[in-house]
Design a protein around this ligand. Structure first.
Ligand SMILES: [Zn+2]
Length: 701
């Protein structure tokens, strides 16, 4: 039981009390204050007396002080149930992007930052401050400040502004996507009622008479591709899914051309080089080598996977008494993988999901983090919410009444200090961000008076809602996803940096997934799975035989699924490193995607049944390419190398090892981005990282 002290966090949580008007006015106020700070810096400081303290210092103080409000104002667009607030938040985001570009292109500010950078040796800066100085300077450089004043510089600025608008627009289109497809109940034969209750679906009228409406959200997508027996249904569904964001296609093409133009104006050969130079990989060549190597090593395994799945398809057709043409298509993969799992491994995902109701599973996950990292999670409900709310109103500290809130502490043995706030928003809603992700709402940092500001972090998920008397049940892959996102949340919560600049998950893009990916391994550990499980009716834990069968499927069809990642990474690198600007203008990204998909996966698609390579634009609905993972998607596979190495080296023997857990928290998680990632990774491993565990795990060593 939590003691009384744990009811009174030393810092109130953020407020979600904004109106559409105040979202805009507050944004404008923050921007005006920031501008004033910059004006003051350049008024006071001359290049000859510029130091970290008098140039970057005030910028960081402003960053820290405005951080929570900026994040909250930005957050409404992804989560507010009120469309007006979402629109205002999107607009505010737009205003700030424009403003940021203006600021980061100020020659007068850059002159003093550059001077401070050149004089850095004379100041005895700590590692974190030095790192901010280097990164800030680079940010100005990447914003074109070394481009001579004149038409080239003006064009660069124009390009940046347009790019920011386009990315916001594309993301908004994805968030608000309402595409749907109509099927008769017969066409959906095989889809379990547990997953999609046909009676709950919207019924069609007119030309859709007798049909029901399905969306392309996860809660519909996976059940259809995994369970719909009718191949025509699956094929129509995946092709339609690849066309749901066609209005993004021209916008995306413009993004690609502008990114390329901007990179060339900066003097870089392409956008990928700009984005990778500061990452762990350092250069596109290194990334291409990594992806190419993986593609080669996985190709054979991919063929074997498909051959095995083909056998299941053959048997399935024989059982149905239908003719089989010997072909295996992209819309068959999930369906026959699921059958293979059920038949060969006797793994029934629906049966397993009965042991993982989202509530108790989530609580079990928190317990795991309590044990290994020495944390304590105290749920804040009812009147306790009023107590900690700055306005005294419980509803003001959440953005929707389904949101759960925890105050997080170090446990008593670890000092009992407050750590921060954790929110979870589990189920889909109209207009809500449609994937699963972690959002920082307030960063941690040291205030000017020396006290610590504590972070707040939110998990925004889309697990199916409870239906009838059944709670929301998680399939095993969803258990893994939730654990993964919670892993980002913990990374965000335990950060202990000086500046918000490097707080939590503010690490390089090709490392940021590693901590969460490492934690996924816990969900493949029998003892952990048992501790997380609790049958929603009987309360029993999952039986051992079900667990061992499930674990046996860990790397089932892993060549195929990793090749799918290689595809996205390769596409991403190809579109962001064209040979010339002409080449990007001529590029047909949709066609390129379909061609790469066909070649890399080795699985047939619409192009093999006479539909050509222009049958869909799957690439236009991958938010990663617009949301900051551009020329960065490889990072998922790249950081998997590190995560596997860390897990095998220090946790495989005992994932619940408290000592290693706390050491990991201290050496890796607490650092945020304040130290070179390779340095703390090497410190944690006790040697330089190696790819060996990764390839061994995939059976490719
Ligand atoms: Zn992640």
């Amino acid at each position: 039981m939590a003691s009384a002290k744990f009811k009174q966090p030393p810092q109130a949580p953020p407020l979600f009390t904004h109106t559409a008007e105040s979202i805009i006015s507050e944004t404008e106020r923050l921007n005006a204050e920031y501008k004033k700070d910059l004006d003051e810096i350049v008024a006071k400081v001359k290049p000859e007396n510029a130091t970290f303290k008098n140039t970057i210092g005030p910028i960081l103080v402003d960053d820290d002080g405005s951080a929570v409000l900026r994040r909250v104002l930005n957050f409404y667009q992804h989560t507010s149930p009120d469309a007006k607030l979402r629109d205002a938040s999107t607009k505010a985001d737009d205003i700030t992007s424009d403003f940021d570009i203006e600021c980061k292109m100020r020659q007068d500010v850059f002159d003093v930052v550059e001077a401070a950078f050149n004089q850095r040796e004379s100041e005895k800066l700590d590692t974190e401050s030095l790192r901010v100085l280097e990164k800030e300077r680079k940010r100005y450089v990447r914003n074109g400040l070394l481009i001579p004043d004149g038409p080239k510089r003006d064009r660069f600025k124009e390009v940046q502004k347009r790019l920011a608008q386009l990315c916001i627009q594309c993301q908004k289109n994805l968030n608000e996507d309402k595409s749907a497809i109509w099927f008769t109940p017969e066409e959906l034969d095989g889809v379990p009622e547990d997953d999609i209750n046909i009676a709950d679906l919207e019924k069609g009228t007119g030309e859709n008479e007798g049909k029901v409406k399905l969306t392309f959200k996860y809660t519909h997508f996976f059940p259809v591709v995994k369970y719909a027996k009718n191949a025509e249904t699956r094929s129509r569904y995946v092709i339609e899914d690849a066309n749901k964001a066609n209005h993004n296609v021209p916008l995306f093409q413009e993004i690609l051309e502008l990114r390329d133009e901007a990179a060339r104006l900066l003097g870089y050969p392409n956008h990928a080089t700009v984005n990778i130079e500061e990452k762990m990989a350092k250069s596109p060549a290194k990334v291409n080598e990594f992806l190419g190597d993986l593609r080669t090593r996985l190709a054979e395994g991919g063929k074997k996977d498909v051959a095995a799945l083909l056998e299941y398809k053959k048997k399935d057709y024989a059982e149905r008494g239908e003719d089989f043409d010997g072909n295996f298509y992209m819309w068959d993969t999930s369906f026959y993988s699921r059958i293979m799992k059920e038949k060969e491994y006797n793994v029934d995902e629906i049966k397993i999901s009965q042991y993982f109701p989202v509530e108790s599973t989530f609580n079990g996950m928190l317990k795991i983090f309590e044990e290994i990292f020495g944390l304590l999670f105290v749920e804040v409900t009812g009147d306790d919410r009023k107590q900690i709310s700055k306005t005294g109103k419980a509803e003001d500290i959440v953005w929707h009444d389904e949101v759960r809130l925890y105050s997080v502490w170090n446990d008593e043995a670890d000092g009992g200090e407050f750590v921060g706030y954790l929110y979870i928003d589990l189920h889909p809603r109209e207009g809500k961000y449609s994937h699963n992700a972690n959002f920082n709402l307030e960063p941690g940092y040291i205030r000017t008076d020396g006290s610590r500001n504590y972070p707040a972090t939110a998990l925004v998920c889309n697990f199916s809602k409870p239906s009838g008397k059944k709670p929301s049940l998680l399939k095993h892959n969803e258990v893994v996803t939730l654990f993964h996102e919670l892993g980002h949340g913990i990374h965000d919560l335990v950060g202990r940096t000086q500046y918000s600049y490097f707080h939590g998950t503010s690490v390089v893009g090709d490392f940021v997934e590693a901590p969460s990916q490492m934690l996924e391994n816990w969900c493949w550990t029998p003892s952990v799975l048992k501790s997380l499980s609790r049958h929603w009716e009987s309360g029993e834990t999952i039986p051992d035989d079900l667990v061992s069968k499930l674990i046996a499927t860990k790397n089932l069809n892993s060549a195929t699924s990793n090749l799918a990642q290689v595809l996205i990474g390769t596409f991403d690198m190809t579109i962001h490193s064209p040979e010339s600007h002409e080449a990007i203008k001529k590029m047909d990204a949709g066609r390129l995607w379909n061609q790469l998909r066909h070649d890399i996966s080795g699985i047939k698609g619409p192009e093999d049944i006479g539909k050509g390579y222009n049958w869909g634009n799957r690439h236009a609905n991958i938010g990663h390419f617009i949301g900051g993972y551009d020329a960065g998607y490889y990072g998922y596979l790249w950081s998997e190398v590190f995560s596997t190495d860390m897990f095998h080296t220090h946790f495989k023997a005992n994932p619940m090892d408290k000592e290693q857990g706390r050491r990991y928290r201290k050496v890796v998680l607490e650092k945020g981005g304040a130290q070179d990632e390779m340095e703390f990774l090497t410190e944690f491993l006790g040697r330089a990282p190696s790819t060996e565990s990764f390839y061994r795990e995939l059976g490719l060593a």
